[in-house]
Design a protein around this ligand. Sequence first.
Ligand SMILES: [Zn+2]
Ligand SMILES: [Zn+2]
Ligand SMILES: [Zn+2]
Ligand SMILES: [Zn+2]
Length: 313
Amino acid sequence: MGFEINRFTGEVDDELLCPICTGVLEDPLQAPTCEHAFCSACIHEWISRQPTCPVDRQSITQLRPVPRILRNLLSRLSIACDNAAYGCQAVLKLDALTSHLSECEHNPKKPVPCDQGCGLIIPIDELKEHNCVRELRALIHTQQQKIQDFQQEINDQRFQLNEQKRELYILKDFMRAMRVSNPSMRALADEMERDEVVRWSNSLTRARVTRWGGMISTPDDMLQAMIKRSLSESGCPAHIVESLMERCHERSWPPGLSSLETRQHNRRQYESYVCKRVPGKQAVVVLQCDNRHINNDMMSQPGLVMIFAHGIE
Ligand SMILES: [Zn+2]
Ligand SMILES: [Zn+2]
Ligand SMILES: [Zn+2]
Ligand SMILES: [Zn+2]
């Protein structure tokens, strides 16, 4: 729809009017043969019903932009702001209207925060009718609806998850049975598990322990749970998480590490451990696959976890 002609100051040439809405052309397009110009919205609506020019009935197959001279003439017209009725006195060049409207102080739909404390942002013209309690109740209602939808989604997914778990159990049982009954299958499965550990180890960064004295050799359950979680998140293969975590406490460490005395005695050997960082934690894993050079007295299968108060780089 074009601009109402009485919003303009001064004469407006007839060439600049839309024959459909009789307003001043807004976002104009022209018919290619007869060159009649129309507002984009007006002519699109028109040709959706009949593909002919509304002025001379010539057929219209395609619309094209109007010549620059027409656009220049339009942009030089002076128009009153859309919000003149709400007190805006501004008169602007047509091409400056859009940017003025986006910040016009008199826009009745300008969003403002409610000053009675509900925290909602509302159009300025709805402020008078605004009722904090009513609005907030409506908000709670829609949010409850959303929560219900989410709950439903969670239930659906939980159901699917359980189905998948069941299938996984069956598959695992089957693999276990294959492993027991078929030696070559066993060898293959063992090899796959070993590869998985090596791949995980390669994905971790090498760590350097600068203060072996900061070692926590008897971590409590909470600390252990935290480290276990980080291990899982780092992609630690499921079949070694438990056994690794069992070996994070001096009571299940190999003989060379099992007490303060033996640890002090073997201090030299720590230096040659290949340690990998447990991501984000002051802890390292010392995996057997990285430490074939360490003697059995100082290593266990599949490896050790060592937690520190500080001193990991
Ligand atoms: Zn029009
Ligand atoms: Zn025409
Ligand atoms: Zn204004
Ligand atoms: Zn309010």
